[in-house]
Write a protein that binds this ligand. Structure first.
Ligand code: ADP
Ligand code: MG
Length: 375
């Protein structure tokens, strides 16, 4: 492992057994099924895919909140499966989690000050009460809140502000890496942009590595350096954000992109529709797991497994046919995808404008933004 890799996995698997007794094959859910990843220090890495594809299980494995069925996770040179005692508490300090729902993840009976002081007490027991108060005030400022908010309770804040409190709590231990499991999907779109903007600023200011999990591709377009697309417990495509959004190769990625709604009336253009339902992760199809929903599938896709293959540079896709599909795409699908990409761009514009407005403090923001700022 080189120095610029902070976190890596090798053939990581986590299966869940359903019911008691004999473990019939159909009774085993393959939530994460052979994921190999290298996360670079300082990057924002996004993991996308439909609900149930194994994103949260993967996140919990990365943090050792779950034990793998098999495979390895290495964080900063440590094999995390074998950590215990002090080494495990160091891991808990270095890697923090931001939850999807900022409401249920904050204890409603604790003041904001207590909520943020708690991880400080855990990780820095020698800190004096005065230093702790000062640190809490600093963390509140860092996430765009005010020191006097420390005396208030979570219910007094809006969703976006509660997520800021969750972020302050995650920052308290001075982590190197933060994993956000759908950190903005419970928020309004305009508020999503603010929270994403904040995460990007914190990454730059503090030199953090971010892993962001999302089912909404628009959310991650402008914030991530690299993207991995998951389907039924596997990574089916991985590349830079530009590669994934501009030259997607896996038919599943094409379908995800084409599913971004077009805000326009009139005739529907070609959509790269997904056929049928997602198969159960307890009985993934043989061959390419995506073949049952792929309009390009051929015989070999039904029998031959699909390892990730190189597209160009480090862009890789797990599809037997991506060269062929890319040619088809140029002729017939490209215009439809371009239109979707146009629609996606319109949604991304919101994020872009938020990103361009970096450094704007809550008190300087527009009327709409100000609704998010408690007085
Ligand atoms: N503790 C568990 N016990 C049994 N099945 C689980 C458990 N956690 C997740 N699963 C199953 O594993 C699969 C992946 O779930 P999850 O990782 O939550 O997906 P995502 O976050 O992408 O929606 C799903 O089929 C889910 O039902
Ligand atoms: Mg999830």
């Amino acid at each position: 492992m080189t120095d610029d890799i902070i976190l890596s996995t090798r053939d990581l698997k986590r299966y869940f057994n359903l019911g008691g007794g004999m473990l019939a094959k159909t009774g085993t859910i393959r939530a994460v099924d052979g994921v190999t990843l290298d996360i670079r220090r300082g990057e924002t890495f996004a993991i996308v895919g439909e609900s149930g594809c194994g994103k949260s299980t993967l996140a919990r494995l990365l943090m050792r909140l779950l034990q793998p069925t098999s495979g390895e996770v290495t964080f900063d040179g440590w094999d995390i499966a074998t950590l215990n005692g002090r080494a495990l508490s160091a891991l808990r300090r270095d890697m923090q989690f931001i939850f999807q729902d900022p409401f249920s993840s904050l204890n409603p009976r604790m003041s904001v000050g207590r909520l943020i002081a708690e991880p400080l007490e855990t990780h820095f027991p020698q800190m004096t009460a005065a230093d702790r108060r000062e640190k809490v005030a600093g963390l509140l400022r860092q996430v765009g809140l005010r020191p006097e908010h420390a005396g208030r309770y979570p219910h007094e804040f809006s969703g976006g502000q509660r997520q800021r409190i969750g972020i302050a709590r995650a920052l308290a231990s001075g982590p190197k890496l933060i994993i956000g499991d759908e950190p903005v999907s419970a928020l309004d779109v305009s508020v999503q942009a603010q929270v994403i903007n904040l995460l990007g600023d914190l990454r730059d200011d503090l030199g953090l590595t971010l892993i962001i999990i999302a089912h909404d591709l628009a959310v991650i377009r402008h914030m991530s350096d690299r993207v991995a697309v998951m389907y039924l417990g596997e990574i089916v495509e991985i590349g830079t954000a530009d590669e994934i959004f501009e030259t997607p190769r896996h038919p599943y990625t094409l379908a995800l992109l084409s599913a971004i709604p077009v805000a326009e009336h009139g005739r529907e253009t070609t959509r790269i529709a997904l056929i049928g339902e997602t198969p159960s992760p307890a009985a993934p199809p043989p061959g390419c797991r995506f073949h049952t929903r792929c309009r390009f599938a051929k015989d070999r896709c039904r029998t031959d497994v699909t390892p990730l293959r190189s597209v160009k540079n480090e862009h890789r896709a797990a599809c037997h046919l991506f060269e062929e599909i890319a040619r088809t795409r140029e002729e017939t699908i490209a215009p439809a995808v371009a239109k979707r990409q146009g629609a996606a761009e319109a949604r991304f514009a919101l994020y872009r404008s938020a990103i361009e407005g970096r450094g704007v403090r809550p008190q300087d923001q527009t009327q709409h933004d100000r609704e998010e700022t408690i007085q």
